[in-house]
Design a binder for this molecule. Sequence first.
Ligand SMILES: *[C@@H]1O[C@H](CO)[C@@H](O)[C@H](O)[C@H]1NC(C)=O
Ligand SMILES: *[C@@H]1O[C@H](CO)[C@@H](O)[C@H](O)[C@H]1NC(C)=O
Ligand SMILES: *[C@@H]1O[C@H](CO)[C@@H](O)[C@H](O)[C@H]1NC(C)=O
Ligand SMILES: *[C@@H]1O[C@H](CO)[C@@H](O)[C@H](O)[C@H]1NC(C)=O
Ligand SMILES: *[C@@H]1O[C@H](CO)[C@@H](O)[C@H](O)[C@H]1NC(C)=O
Length: 509
Amino acid sequence: MLKQFVTLVATSCIELLVQSVNAALPDPRWGHASVLVRNNLYIYGGKVGKSRESDLNDTSQNSNQLLVLDVSNSFLVSDPGWISRFVGPKVAYHTLSIGGPQNELLVLYGGEYANSTDEQVLENPLLYYDTLNSSSIWNNANLSVGTPRMSHTAVTKLDDSMNYFFGGIPTVSNSLISSQVQFQDLFKLDTINNLWSIQTTDPNTPSGRFHHTATILSDGKMYVIGGYSKDELVDMSQIYVYDTINARWSFQTASGTLPTARRAHAAAGTHNGKVIIHGGVSMNYDVLYGDVAVLDTTQSQYMWSIEETKGAAPPARYSHTATMVGTNMLIAFGYLTNDVADNNMYALDTTTFTWNENYTPNNLEYTDTMPRSNVSKTPSSSNAGVIAGSTIGVITFFSLIGGLFFLYRKRKRDSFYAAPYSGTEELTSNPDKTKKFSVSSGSTAVEELSRPSMSSGLAVPTTGTSENGAHGKDYTTLLEERMMGSDVQQTNFMIVPKSPLRVTNPDNI
Ligand SMILES: *[C@@H]1O[C@H](CO)[C@@H](O)[C@H](O)[C@H]1NC(C)=O
Ligand SMILES: *[C@@H]1O[C@H](CO)[C@@H](O)[C@H](O)[C@H]1NC(C)=O
Ligand SMILES: *[C@@H]1O[C@H](CO)[C@@H](O)[C@H](O)[C@H]1NC(C)=O
Ligand SMILES: *[C@@H]1O[C@H](CO)[C@@H](O)[C@H](O)[C@H]1NC(C)=O
Ligand SMILES: *[C@@H]1O[C@H](CO)[C@@H](O)[C@H](O)[C@H]1NC(C)=O
């Protein structure tokens, strides 16, 4: 009886602590994810704090802040009026997409997880958050969802609430990440029946990649743009398209005025067949972009154009998000220069390509997220209701410092193998995985991440053999062992110069 009473009190306290509060301005961040659900823009997670990779004093931490912004009202972009709560795992370089029969769920997949004693730590989370029930939990999907990954992309086909996840690199808890291993697989998540499957590859499947964007348009096709693949940036003319209706990849070379190749940019789709990209960073993180380019997919040959924008453009950035809200593209946060992230939002009117200080809701029906079955009474020719969740360009700062090697951890080995999947078989709920996030929170403090010691300097492997390889095995062998699920594309080892991060003044670009 007493125990029940205590439990009741404890539960009430938790509910109280997770009450949403108005946040004046959130902490600057990058590597977060965003998605629009009905009239709310949701942003979750990311890296907060200082990242001093160049002097090895990275004190950045993962966030579990959920930021919500009502986009049906006007606001000043300098202070939009975020609602904030802390709920769920602390994660960065993950994706957010939409799911559920009413497209009412936030779907959180993958990402870099924190190493802490905090119980909200999951490797490769696949979690649902019910936006209608403002509940205080992220519900575990209890599915076996592939090798842990980050810097991948996610889109939602709003018609049937299917999610598609593509690419990424392996996640290894708090150790240096190899960006030489790039996932090529495409996963499909049926969010209504909670089923996970891997899609078969076909001859047009793009090579493994990360730091790309994937954007689904109202034709039900997912457009994969840019990023890093096989030791180089993908040329922006190379457009890989996954047709979610026919379950087929295709490829086309775009013409027009090509944007510079880049990674960790952001993209969002318009109601009329265009993908708009913003920002990003060069191969070696020495040039940041702040430009806006448009890929027109409505012509027989895809066409790029670079837009001259009006108004006060945001500073160049990467690892930010772009979300289409009606005809406004909302840019949020991101990494600006060495050691500086942003906590501002920017609104680009995509009909005039004007950056506005005042956001005014326009044509919200274009980005209505209700499933088509619910909006069939208003068959707008302009909106098939499929536009959703463009993805974040994400970046691991481990690669900033050129530490492109695995720190092999025996401890992690089992968990690395522990997420198998096979063929196209649909995996059903796994009742063994019962963890769910009942969130402890209210605590706004984020725990200190334990980082691998770098005191020995930047020990970059030069021969393909990591000095950290366990059991005397070389790097490649270890990788092959880990990646035997055949879901990865392995590329050659690359030597990365030890030069500190240089940031070019974006104004000079
Ligand atoms: C890291 O920060 C500490 C404390 O601020 C400072 O003493 C140290 O010199 C820094 N290390 C480097 C490599 O800059
Ligand atoms: C996690 O952090 C603890 C305490 O800081 C440390 O002992 C442990 O080795 C870390 N584990 C990993 C996988 O980084
Ligand atoms: C909301 O979520 C809580 C916690 O999971 C659950 O107990 C409650 O029944 C849900 N309410 C509705 C209306 O679905
Ligand atoms: C996962 O398992 C937990 C505990 O059994 C359960 O509460 C939760 O609803 C399950 N999630 C789904 C999506 O079925
Ligand atoms: C939307 O469609 C679903 C499934 O057909 C139905 O259960 C639900 O009531 C509908 N919602 C609205 C708001 O019409």
